[in-house]
Write a protein that binds this ligand. Sequence first.
Ligand code: UDP
Length: 465
Amino acid sequence: MNNNREEQKLEKSINGDGNGKRLLFFPLPLQGHITPILQLADILYSKGFSIIIIHTKFNSPNPSNHPNFTFKPINDNLSEAETSELSVFDLAYLINVKCLAPFRDCLTELFSDFSDVRRPFAALISDPVLHFTRDVAKSFDLPRFVLRTSGVGAFWGFTAIPLLQEQGYLPIEDSRLEDPVMELPPLRIKDLPVINALDPPKFYHLVAAFIEEAKTSSGVIFNSFEELESSAISTLRQQFPAPIFPIGPFHQYHPSNSSSLLKPDESSISWLDKQEPKSVVYVSFGSIAAIKEKEFLEIALGLANSKCPFLWVIRPGSVHGLEWLEALPNGFLDSLNGRGHIVKWAPQLEVLAHSSVGAFWTHNGWNSTLESICEGVPMICMPCFTDQMVNTRYVTYVWKVGIELENGLERENIARAIRRLMVEEEGEEIRKRALDLKEKAKFTSKRGGASYKSLESLISCLSPS
Ligand code: UDP
């Protein structure tokens, strides 16, 4: 039934008015990559393009949430064990191996559906981490753009990794964590976008491959904006061979359909409705980061000791060795008299926009960082890996709209950080700056704003002459 509907949509796209304005998208199947690519597809759909989403079966988006798009699943050949047990980095590596042939077959089929059209697709917009797409797209003479789902500053950090290896910054030595990286201001060694990989050369290889994928593309699209990252954007524009299109924040153009892989718990909102304005700390570490049981307990006790109300997202399986909450002290939530609410997944955009939320304790994934900026919510930063460290540096040192959790994940430090932001004068200053930045974010995607102009130039590059 569903397949039939997808076929009908494809047929309409073949015969309909979208000639030459069809776009193919191919996301990396992770929440933080799927959401922005579908938002970008929404934006371009509203500009008259018809949209075909090629996707893996693993973490498949839900087609019924996007009735205007055509979905083409490919057989990723990933086993249950691989998708549940591999690190995100090893998984990305494997997807690059296993999806090459199915992706090529999918393009062959799509091109044969349109065999009577000279240029059936305006372009492919893929995630550069899927670096195998370059050669495949080239073999079909298909123009290829990439959507890099990190910030521009973080991307610039990734491009510098080979140089940083040469100059001895990498691998990171603990004794030099605070040293500035002269080549990448304002980053210190501890802010570099690396991961604690078991096999560092494999990680560096993946980074080099995705940078090359971006360099050789017809353009790199970012969910960021000039007013936020002007210095990183102008550096990249001067030194990177491909055109740069910072057109974010994507979700501000118009409300997008949900691309959540997990079901958001709506009790988050009814619970927030009962709280005082700006009183709640929202706590979420995104869709991938995981913590140890000891850290989980310190977070629980730190939140309790802060005396502030909190809404805490704990994804099942995100605490090593636990199903969900079984390690919480008996009666933990009851002892707080309604001051805490825990959910498995929250409607984060709505939560951040809620008047009761006063701070966001985040891992600084790029989407979370940007979503917080757009709502003017100050952040407590606890980066876990790669670009999150760069984002934390920008949040705390450049934009000054948050503070870093210092001295380790321990209850006293947690309670102290929360009170600094929620109760003390320092927090007031940070909140004011966060509200200023929110205004800039609001304006950029409106007619005349920098992102709007960049979107217009992207559209003219995508449109057939
Ligand atoms: N998110 C959500 N509900 C949650 C936690 C996260 O909807 O309970 C969304 C969040 O709004 C963001 C995405 O998941 O768009 C996480 O992306 P991010 O880049 O912040 O982090 P990642 O998951 O990639 O580490």
